[in-house]
Write a protein of this length. Structure first.
Length: 287
């Protein structure tokens, strides 16, 4: 079935593994039955594909990504999970963006379902993702490089979300915000940007940093995604909710006014004004 699944790879931004069909058929409904076959799949399919051309290697990494995400540490067991993780990490800093992209995506899968196993590699993963982000753009593969970078940024967000106690959260959070918004990979963009607003609503003091030093970064992200296909409708509603919460505090309102007047371009000011008006449900302008 895995050979047949190769034909199911979907979408131009190839960051979702081998597609939804075999995930439903195998991982959602037959996960326990598939467990005894996973070592053989890795030995007889993944390993040979890793010795093939770039497209074959990419398929192999996709399979490992999905094993990491949908089977996870608890069911794979420590030894097999570590084997999968080691391969994914090796490809995170490959020169070929078509290989970096699924590997960077895979680190997010490891963080999501890695449990105790991810604690041992979280800092190493952050270091590798940082290196992946710094790769110079190859003009011949501009889109592929952008997708690889976006997935590296997105996976840092997933480490923050799923393994926050394994890293220096505040430091990583601040750096991560400076890398947003994600623009090329719209699916990963929506996930990442919603996590920003979820964190702001649930833990505002953590989200904005000491003395609100990160508030301008968050507003920059919000105005950059609010009217674009880079955020879910649910997240847009949450942005309005967050703005309502912030507007209830006079100190924060003063900071928002300063950001509006001194740190935003006119087109971004217009978007921020729209968010504020929708939050207040009445036209209000800064003077």
């Amino acid at each position: 079935f895995f050979f047949q699944a190769e034909d199911g790879i979907r979408d131009s931004v190839a960051s979702r593994g081998l597609g939804d069909v075999y995930k439903r058929q195998i991982f959602d409904t037959h996960i326990d039955e598939s467990l005894p076959h996973i070592p053989g799949i890795i030995a007889n399919l993944v390993q040979p594909y890793l010795s093939g051309n770039v497209n074959m290697q990419k398929i192999a990494i996709f399979i490992l990504d999905d094993l990491a995400e949908y089977v996870g540490y608890a069911k794979l067991g420590a030894d097999l999970w570590k084997q999968i993780a080691a391969i994914i990490l090796t490809y995170t800093v490959r020169n070929e963006p078509d290989l970096r992209q699924p590997a960077c995506y895979g680190i997010g899968c490891l963080a999501k379902s890695g449990g105790e196993g991810f604690k041992e590699i979280s800092i190493k993963c952050l270091s590798l993702l940082a290196s992946a982000i710094e790769f110079k753009e190859d003009k011949k593969h501009k889109d592929e490089c952008a997708e690889a970078r976006d997935n590296a940024i997105a996976s840092i967000g997933k480490i923050l979300k799923y393994a926050p106690t394994t890293i220096p959260f505040g430091e990583v959070w601040a750096k991560w915000l400076s890398l947003l918004p994600i623009k090329q990979d719209k699916m990963e963009a929506k996930i990442a940007h919603e996590f920003v607003v979820d964190t702001l609503i649930a833990n505002p003091d953590v989200a904005v940093g000491v003395d609100g030093v990160l508030l301008s970064e968050i507003i920059r992200i919000f105005v950059g995604v609010y009217e674009k296909k880079l955020v879910h409708k649910t997240a847009k509603a949450k942005i309005i909710q967050a703005m309502k919460q912030m507007s209830a505090h006079s100190k924060v309102v003063a900071m928002l006014e300063d950001i509006y007047k001194n740190k935003l371009k006119p087109e971004d000011q217009a978007v921020m004004q729209k968010i504020i008006n929708e939050a207040k449900q009445e036209p209000t302008a800064y003077n």
